[in-house]
Design a protein around this ligand. Structure first.
Ligand code: AMP
Length: 187
């Protein structure tokens, strides 16, 4: 099965993805992680990506779509994908549809972790202490939230009519959210 975990920054997409990976033997595809590894490995696009992420903007669709394409066409990962932080815009959502069709796969579940702005700010501030991500500064968090509302939120309309769309209260305890997701995936 292939799964999308969708929601604002700080909604718990990464945490929930990691849990699903363990329980259902899927591969977590985090575009944030893929982008950060380009920075760490100092690739030709690493510096450009670093500047974008540090401002709370989005990497270009060109860059992200290229990174995601390699993963989708990896035979080892076929039908075992969990997308965390992708798609983040309507054009990425349409690109994903296209790539899934070309690779003869489909999205089986879409989870929307719904969380309000106050909880997001609280959680990311806490994560800043634990993970030391340079984009977890308060001003950048607010910018990332605005970018989400502007570019990512429209993707919700694109998916919400899908029969496999599930909205989950992302403000709940991690374990409660995990068990709700597991229950749906186990049917
Ligand atoms: P994340 O780890 O998912 O919170 O992503 C961290 C940052 O990476 C985001 O704030 C964006 O700057 C960038 N990023 C991650 N995924 C995408 C994507 N699908 N499209 C564009 N930029 C992305």
């Amino acid at each position: 099965m292939n799964v999308i975990i969708f929601g604002p920054p700080g909604a718990g997409k990464g945490t929930q993805s990691q849990n699903i990976v363990k329980k259902f033997k899927l591969f977590q595809i985090s575009t944030g992680d893929l982008l950060r590894s380009e920075i760490q490995n100092k690739t030709s696009i690493g510096k450009e990506i670093e500047d974008i992420i540090s401002k709370g903007d989005f990497a270009t669709d060109d860059i992200v779509n290229k990174l995601i394409k390699n993963v989708i066409f990896d035979p080892q990962k076929k039908n075992k994908l969990i997308f965390d932080g992708y798609p983040r815009s309507l054009s990425q959502a349409k690109n994903l549809d296209l790539l899934m069709e070309k690779s003869k796969q489909k999205i089986d579940y879409i989870f929307f972790l719904n969380v309000n702005k106050d909880i997001i700010i609280r959680r990311i501030e806490k994560r800043k202490i634990l993970e030391k991500r340079s984009d977890d500064d308060l001003n950048i968090i607010l910018k990332r939230y605005d970018t989400y509302m502007d570019k990512t939120r429209p993707v919700l309309d694109f998916y919400s009519k899908n029969p496999n769309f599930y909205e989950i209260d992302g403000g709940e305890e991690i374990s409660i959210i995990s068990s709700k997701i597991e229950q749906i995936l186990s049917v």
